[in-house]
Each structure stands twice: as C-alpha cells, then as structure tokens.
Design a protein around this ligand. Structure first.
Ligand SMILES: Nc1ncnc2c1ncn2[C@@H]1O[C@H](COP(=O)(O)OP(=O)(O)OP(=O)(O)O)[C@@H](O)[C@H]1O
Ligand SMILES: [Mg+2]
Length: 261
C-alpha cells in the first residue's frame, strides 16, 4: 500500500509568458496566449514497502491556452502520473501547479473536484463508462452534477456531435470500443472544459477506429478552442500535435515544437 506525499502549500512564483507556439513572424498586436498550465519543479514521490519511489522528479512546463501537446516516452516514464497531477487526481509532493488560473496546492479536495468538473475533461484508454447507464445517461450524469437543468437535452446534442444519435439508449456493453470511446469523449467535453487530458485514448482500439476517435478529438478541441494534452505511444499521432514532450524517468527529457505551431 502506498501513501501519497503531503502536498506543500506553495508561494507564488512569477511566471513569464511562454515563447512556445508563436508564429514565425513576431506580431506586435498579438500577445502570446496566457498559459493554461504552469508547472514549476513538480515532484511526485510515493512511499512503498520498498521505500520511496520518485515518479516525477522536477517537471516544469508552460502550456499556452489552445495548444495541442503530445506526451510521449517509454513505459514507466511518468506520462500517466503527469496527467494525474494535471487533473488534480494526484497531489504533487512538491512544486507549483496552476491550471486554468487555479493554484492546485492551495485547493482542498472539494474545491479541486469542482475545478476538475468545470475546467478539465479527461479521456482514459479504457473508457471508464458506468456499465449500468445508457450512453445518454453516462453523458448526462456530470451535467446533472453541474446543475444543468437540461442535462439530457445537452447530452443528446453532444452524442449527436460524436455521431451517436442513434445509440442513445445503448448500454456500454452494447457499443463497440470506438463507440464507447466516443461516448467517453462526449462525456469529457460535456462541461465545455478548457483543458482536455487524454491518456492513450486509442490504446484499446484498432487503427481505423482509433483514427476516427482521434479525428473527433482534434476536431472538438479546435471547435471549442480547448487545450489538449495527449499521452500516446504513437509517434505519428504525436506529430499531429503542435508540440511534443518526451518524458524519461520522471522528467521532461526533450521537446519539439511543430514548425507550423
Ligand atoms: N501508485 C503508485 N505507487 C508507486 N509507483 C507507482 C504508482 N503508480 C505508478 N508508479 C510508478 O511510477 C512510474 C511511472 O508510472 P506511469 O504510470 O506514470 O508511467 P507511464 O509513462 O504512463 O507508463 P505507460 O506508458 O506504461 O502507461 C512507474 O515506474 C510506475 O511503476
Ligand atoms: Mg500510462
């Protein structure tokens, strides 16, 4: 059994506008997008019987709003852990985490849950749908929690958007893998999050189905002007993002910014 490290309350660290994702020619009137993610020396250490395990070992990162970022790296390098910290599902042991203007170190669990519900959409490799609920109910559930009085109507519109209008009343077991992931996408985007976190969203899908899900993901991200952090083992998919971060042994070892970014 592992214990989480204690989150340390942080003091404000001055943050400069990121140089990433600027066009080739400097434009006087277009300031760089404000970072939606700012990480400073983020560390995650978990205690195990064998002793402490250093999972993130000092990650610093700025992501401007609207950017698509791929996170690649070998198995065990910390990609999912980084996503968990960004989602506020895992508390960093130390360092500063600001997401959509919120200092995660200063938030209690309830506040963190609220921020996650309002600002962050998460898509996992294994869909994580509620098996006893229909597609429509799965998408409507978070909307109801968020107080949307027309949750079912909104959910119907979202499922239409991902091409599942004719499958509203199907349970997850009655849907193909690709369809389940489209439901999961609709659910993740239901609250119109500023930030989408996706952890190998095509990992359980065949190439063609995965491609359709990815096209949908990128399409919705652009349409909503959302920021995307996409963990993938697929280098070709990573190359479609504006920026690629390579994790190695709990740190960002290198990164590339696409020419057109
Ligand atoms: N709860 C935990 N307790 C201890 N160690 C953990 C825990 N969760 C993950 N780890 C370790 O942290 C490291 C990073 O794990 P993580 O899941 O972030 O890797 P990953 O890059 O996503 O790998 P993959 O590509 O296989 O999904 C691994 O060495 C893993 O064994
Ligand atoms: Mg992982």
């Amino acid at each position: 059994m592992l214990d989480r490290g204690e989150a340390r309350p942080d003091t404000e660290i001055p943050i400069s506008a990121p140089d990433l994702c600027r066009g080739a020619a400097p434009t006087v009137h277009a300031p760089a997008a404000k970072p939606i993610i700012t990480l400073r020396d983020v560390r995650l250490t978990l205690d195990s019987r064998a002793g402490p395990v250093d999972i993130l070992r000092g990650v610093s990162l700025d992501v401007p709003a609207g950017q698509s970022v791929a996170v690649v790296g070998p198995s065990g390098s910390g990609k999912t852990s980084l996503l968990m910290v960004l989602a506020g599902l895992e508390r960093a042991t130390s360092g500063q985490i600001r997401v959509a203007g919120h200092d995660f170190g200063a938030l209690g669990e309830d506040a963190l849950t609220r921020v996650r519900g309002a600002e962050i959409g998460i898509v996992f490799q294994s869909f994580h749908l509620v098996p006893t609920m229909t597609a429509l109910e799965n998408v409507a559930l978070p909307l109801e929690f968020a107080g949307d009085r027309s949750a079912f109507e909104t959910a119907r519109g979202l499922l239409d958007e991902v091409g599942l209008g004719p499958r509203l009343d199907h349970y997850p077991a009655q849907l193909s893998g690709g369809e389940q992931q489209r439901v999961a996408l609709a659910r993740a985007l239901s609250a119109r999050p500023k930030l989408i976190l996706a952890d190998e969203p095509t990992g359980n899908l065949d190439g063609k189905t995965g491609r359709a899900v990815v096209d949908l993901l990128f399409g919705l991200q652009r349409k909503r002007h959302a920021t995307l952090v996409l963990v993938t083992h697929d280098e070709r998919l990573a190359a479609e993002c504006q920026r690629t971060i390579r994790m190695s042994d709990g740190v960002i070892a290198s990164e590339t910014v696409a020419a057109a970014a």
